[in-house]
Structure formats: C-alpha cells, structure tokens
Design a protein around this ligand. Sequence first.
Ligand code: HPA
Ligand code: ZN
Length: 330
Amino acid sequence: MLPLAELHLHIEGTLESDLLVELARRNGVLLPTYDPAELTARYGNFADLQAFLDVYYANLAVLATEEDFHDLAAAYLARAAAAGVRRAEIFCDPQTHLRNGVPLEVVFGGLGAALAEARASGMSADLIVCFLRDLGADAAEELLRGALPFREHFIGVGLDSAELGWPPRLFRTAYEIAAAEGLHRVAHAGEEGGPEFVREALDVLGVERIDHGNRALEDPDLVARLRDERVPLTVCPLSNVALKGVARIEDHPLPRMLELGLVATVNSDDPAYFGGGIDANVAAVRTKLGLTDDDLSVLARNSFEAAFVHDADRTRWLAEVDAWSGSPSP
Ligand code: HPA
Ligand code: ZN
C-alpha cells in the first residue's frame, strides 16, 4: 500500500454516523434520526462549504467527555493506519467545543490520549489547533492564549471554517503570537476565496503550507511563486466535489497542479462527510483522473516533504515510497 502523510484532516470531520449515534445515546443528545445510514445519506448533497459546516457543527454537540474525544481520534487513527498513513497532522476546532461547554483540558486530554496510543503502535501523529475564522480575530487570539498552557499537545495553528468574508489578514496578530511560540503555521485559503487569500496567507500570516489552494491556479504569478518556493498545497479531491468547488471528480485540477510542478498532496479533509478517507481519495484520483503510479509516488513524496517531521523520519518514509514505486500495489 502507498505510504502517505495525511496533512489536511479535521478530527471532527471523521465522526462517522455509527459513532455519532453511539455518542448521542451516551450523552443524551437529540439527533434528527438514530439510523446511521439515514444520517450518512443526508450528507449526499451540500450546496457549498457553509451548508456542510452547518451540519458538521450541529453534530459536534455529541462530544462531551475525554472518552468521547479519545474514541473519535482512536477510530480515525486506526482507519488511517490501515490506509497506509504513517504520519497524520490533525486539525481540531476547540472553539466549537468551548461553545458547547467543553473545556480545553477535556479536548486535549481525550485527543492526546488517542495520539499517544497511536504513537505507541508506531504511527506518527500530532495536532494543529485551528481558529474558526468566522468567529473573528479577537476570538482567535483568545483561543490561542487559552491553549498555550496545553502547548505540549499541539505543533501548530491553522485557520478554517467559512472562508468568504474572512480574509487571512484579519488574523495577523494570532499568527504573530503563534510564530513567537515556535508553532507551525498553516491556513485554509483558495477553497472558496480567491488567489488573493492565498497570497495574504503567505505574506501576512507566514504560513508554511496552504490548505486547499485550488483557486491559486487562477493567478499564473502566484502559481510560479508556489512552485519556486515549493509551498505545499494540501488538496482534498472528494471534499472539493462534495462542496461544489469542482463540478465532477473528472474535472479536478490535481493533474494540472502536478504538471505545473506544485507540491500538491492528497488528503481527506472530512472523511465522514465526503465519501471516504485518504484511501478513497487516492483511489478516486487514480481511477477517475488517470493518475499513474509515478504520479502517486510523487504525491506520496510531496506529503512527506510537506510534513512537519524530523529529517530521520522523512528519510525513512521516503525510502518506503521508493520501495512502493519498485512494486506498486493499491
Ligand atoms: N473547509 C473549511 N473549514 C472546515 C472544513 C473545510 O473543508 N472542514 C472543517 N472545517
Ligand atoms: Zn479543511
């Protein structure tokens, strides 16, 4: 199986319907239905990012205890390991849980316990704390100050949720604080927002990777910069189709990104909602976009190049990609 790093994955977006129902029962939370298949069927047709986010945030009311957060992350990590993921850099949205009355120590305690177990069984995993951009800049700074006492639980900060109307420059101060703390910095940009959002994320926030970045392709100068500076893009093909950024998987720009020499990677974003994990995304780009085994090994190499890891780990995983390239298997 192709060895990969998964770099764009919201842990809250891994809440599969069967676990959602189990947690709702555990915590006495009302759901519109307790039939997991019916819940999943409702995810079939989101109009856009906001339509998805409305369902995603509502479902998160079922997460209450450390055990819940542990079970959520443990389930994802087991699926990811089975799909060939060696390294997972996992987004979490603590502001959502704070809004639901769940303190940070519960979120970090539960997720941290699951990550520690995964590390003990040989996987590499870390958390990236995301700011919900539609709650604004003051809330982002407040979250970061509140999260710093839990600094050992995360390696970086990100920026997610509704993009339109929330340009990266609003979050300059939060990212300056993060940089001063030695945290890695990434941001969603160019999913629905235009190429100027990608530029701002680079120039104002100092990000090391762009999450999505699809709309950067509209600006040739920006494409040249991303290529020359080897700025990784964490691309999420099935997500882009589910949220209508791309009309059909066959129209996805990933092959063009590779032709342009961009450091594109494949990721699952919110696998419980968009039709599957990183393995389903790899299968889709292979069968529907015609990517070859050589293309897949470039994507795998890009993922380890883009990962926030020590060189010794990177070298070991790149050697595994070489071995896979010698005798590719699905
Ligand atoms: N985009 C922006 N914010 C998000 C997403 C996404 O796909 N998933 C969870 N939060
Ligand atoms: Zn995302």
